[in-house]
Structure formats: C-alpha cells, structure tokens
Ligand binder design. Structure first.
Ligand SMILES: Cc1cc2nc3c(=O)[nH]c(=O)nc-3n(C[C@H](O)[C@H](O)[C@H](O)COP(=O)(O)OP(=O)(O)OC[C@H]3O[C@@H](n4cnc5c(N)ncnc54)[C@H](O)[C@@H]3O)c2cc1C
Length: 409
C-alpha cells in the first residue's frame, strides 16, 4: 500500500536530484541513466562541489607518493551521459517542505532526492587534533600529507644529531583502521627509499601507528589482524595499541597515560562522521550523525528522500550493527537506490536493501596486503594484487556503466 502511494507520487516526470558524486551518488546516477531511457520527462541532476569523482580508496598511495593526485580524480564529464545535468556547486542546506536543495548557485528543486554526501573526519573533540594533525579524506589532503612528509625529511636532514633527525623524520598515524594501516604501511615502505634524495640516511625515517583499541583493524578476523600486525612490524612500523590520544600538541600526540608520541608529521585517520550540513538539518540522525533510513533506504518519515553511502545509517539485521562506512557498502546501497527509483517510475514495489559482504582487503605497504574472503584469510603479494584488481575493476565499472543497465528494472 505504502509503496503504491509512493510510486504514484513519483510519476514519470519530475526531477531526480542526486547530491554527491562519490561512490554512492555516482553509482546511482550511472545506473539511473539507463533506467530513464523510456522516461524523457524525468530530469536527472547530479550535484557536487567538484567536477570530478575521487577514488578515495586509492588515497593512501597518493599520500605515500606512489600515485599522482590527479590519477585518483576521475573527471565527471568522462563518465556522465549527456542525459545527466551536472551542477558543480557547494550544497549548503535543505528546504525539506519546499523540496529544494539549497546551494551556493541557488536552490535546486526535486521530486526525489538522493543524499550521498559521504562523511568527514571525526576528531572526537580531541583538543588540538584538528589544528595539529593532517587528515586523509580527499586527493588534496593526500597531496598535503606527501608534501608534509617531504618537508619533514628535509628538516630532519638539516637537523643535528641522529635522535633529532629521527624525531623529525617520524610520521605518526592516529587510528588503526584500514586507512591508518594502509597509510602506515605505504609510508614505511617508501620512506627509506626516498630518504637519500633528501640527504638523509635510509634508516632515519620511522612510522608509528597509534590505536586506542586493543587491536588494529578492529572487527576483522584474528588471523587477518595477526597477519597485518606482522607485516607492519616487518616493514618497521611501530604499532601502539591501547594508546588513546588525549591531546595533540606542538610536541606531538599526548596519550591518556601521559606518554608523548613525538614526530615530524601527524596524520589523523581515526574515524568519520556525517557532514556538518546534515548535523544542522532536521533529518533524523543516529550514531556519528548518519541519517536513519527504512529498509528501502528512504529517510524515516521522508519517503521522497533516499540516502546511500557513508551518510546512511543502515542496520544489518543479521548482526544488529550499523554497516561500516565502506565503498563496497556505498556501491551496494547505490544499486538498491537506483533500482527503487526505477521501480517507483513504473509503479513496482520497492526492494529492501540487503548487504552482500564480498570480503575485506587491505594493502599493507606497496607489495603486500591482507584479505578475508569467504572465510579464508590471505596475506602477502596475493592480497595486494587483489586490492589492485578491485581498484582496477571499480574504475572500469565507472566508465562501463555509462548509460548501461545490466539488470533491467
Ligand atoms: C583514505 C581512505 C581509504 C579508504 N579505503 C577504503 C577501502 O579500501 N575499501 C572500502 O570499501 N572503503 C574505503 N574507504 C571508505 C570509502 O571511501 C567510503 O566509504 C566511500 O567513499 C563512501 O562513499 P560515499 O558516496 O558515501 O561518499 P564519498 O565517496 O565521500 O562522496 C561524497 C561526495 O559528496 C560530495 N559532497 C560532500 N559534501 C558536499 C557539499 N556540501 N556540497 C557539494 N558536494 C558535497 C563530495 O565532494 C563527494 O564527491 C576509504 C576512505 C578513505 C578516506
């Protein structure tokens, strides 16, 4: 009954607006393009502050200097069909009763809205963290990390005494999740190789990974955690667990137990939360400000708005936990949203979202990695190749999906 009502309000004409051209929003747009083939009256608009899509999963490579920032920026004009109207502007808020997106370029009206604005780093209100530590959430951020590392190595080379050199040439990464592990591994492998170009002995640079919990990669299998910890150790990364950062100061990260973790570059990769404009809205939000949705990925009490990706607070009924902010989840949610919008157009019932976990792969350094797939844990070169293959396949799918509908409906 509810679905029939919604289907009739959607109609075959109107304006579908997708806010955010990240993993979720771009996927919704690409998949909808084909579904709208028989609905010339329905406008499809994609809005983002950038005119490119960012392959965020590749940022640790940019931050480690092994990939150019421009290589992870995929121009939207290369992947969007002419059917899609793209608006590059900053979204500043929502006029929900008036069904308008409020942007720097003026309001954009919608009959159906897809919110896919991703997330932003969460500093958990740790004093000094936002000012003192770099984050890793855009190609620009990653470039800043690599540039800061270069400057730190130069400063270390100019410093007197091995101890001071070591301190200045140390990169401290806060947060032992996948991003922190990938960044720490990448830098640990690269820094000795690039040290001499900065006039520094190859054994001067160091990487420390600081994690508040008892293990890195929390939530993964014990085998995967063990393999990742051993690989990081092989690469010379000093992993500190049960180490809660209480403050970030000029000297370094001050831990809860009073210890000081010193270094020349500090990066925070300890978690994410919803964008500010969502927190400031009347949308119903849950943990970390993510928007609460129903089983069809529509905002609670706002069936005309779908949410996908990091911004959606989706509880996995099998575990009772909110799904993690991952590209894999964002793509699957994007798929369901596109299918449900397509279903509304033709008056078909909506599809409940179910997450199909394809596994977990993390690169650890430039050659090795760890993976949990179908209950089997792999490490070493194979896992790294898997990560490369996933990223390659993703890029192919973005180009290939332009106007293509593999599963009609
Ligand atoms: C360094 C790093 C490594 C990662 N590695 C992995 C990995 O290996 N595997 C994995 O599964 N996940 C990984 N993730 C997580 C993954 O990238 C996210 O889960 C995914 O990007 C979420 O997709 P999304 O579409 O919700 O948001 P995003 O991809 O972040 O897209 C949000 C979009 O909204 C736009 N936007 C936001 N606010 C505004 C505004 N106010 N106005 C206009 N535009 C706006 C942004 O420009 C962006 O294009 C990683 C994340 C990071 C940061």
């Amino acid at each position: 009954m509810e679905n029939a009502v919604n289907a009739s309000t959607a109609g075959s004409s109107g304006q579908i607006v997708v806010a955010g051209a990240g993993y979720a929003g771009l996927h919704v747009t690409l998949r909808l393009t084909a579904k709208l083939r028989n609905n010339p009256e329905m406008e499809l608009t994609l809005v983002d502050r950038h005119d490119y899509h960012q392959a965020l999963t590749e940022l640790p490579r940019v931050a480690g200097g092994t990939r150019a920032a421009d290589a992870v920026r995929i121009p939207l004009q290369d992947v969007l069909a002419d059917r899609v109207r793209f608006v590059q502007t900053q979204i500043n808020g929502f006029d929900l009763p008036g069904r308008r997106l409020l942007t720097a370029g003026g309001p954009i009206g919608w009959t159906r809205l897809v919110l896919a604005l991703g997330s932003r780093p969460n500093d958990f209100a740790i004093p000094g963290l936002a000012e003192r530590a770099l984050s890793l959430y855009s190609a620009g951020d990653a470039e800043r990390v690599w540039s800061a590392v270069g400057k730190a190595l130069d400063a270390a080379a100019a410093a007197a005494g091995p101890e001071r050199q070591r301190r200045l040439a140390t990169v401290v990464v806060g947060g032992g999740g996948a991003t922190g592990v990938e960044l720490a591994g990448e830098l640990a492998e690269i820094l000795p190789e690039v040290a001499s170009a900065h006039g520094l002995a190859h054994d001067r640079p160091a990487v420390q990974l600081v994690e508040a919990g008892p293990v890195i990669l929390a939530g993964s299998s014990p085998q995967l955690i063990d393999k990742a910890t051993r690989t990081l150790s092989d690469l010379g990364v000093q992993v500190r667990t049960n180490a809660t950062i209480a403050a970030a100061t000029e000297e370094g990260f001050r831990l809860k137990d009073g210890q000081l973790v010193e270094g020349g570059v500090f990066v925070w990769a300890g978690g994410v939360k919803a964008p500010e404009l969502v927190a400031a809205s009347v949308l119903p939000t849950g943990h970390n400000g993510r928007v609460k949705v129903d089983q069809y990925l529509r905002v609670l009490d706002h069936p005309e708005i779908y949410v996908a990706g990091d911004l959606a607070s989706v509880v996995d009924p099998r575990t009772g936990h909110v799904l993690p902010p991952l590209a894999q989840v964002a793509l699957e949610e994007g798929e369901t949203v596109a299918r449900n919008l397509g279903a509304e157009l033709v008056g078909r019932p909506l599809e409940a979202f179910t997450f199909h976990n394809k596994g977990f792969v993390v690169s650890v350094g430039t050659r090795r990695g760890v993976a949990d797939i179908a209950g089997i844990t792999t490490g070493g070169r194979l896992a790294h190749l898997l990560k490369d293959a996933i990223e390659w396949e993703y890029r192919q799918s973005v180009r290939h999906l332009r106007g293509w509908d593999p599963v009609p409906g």
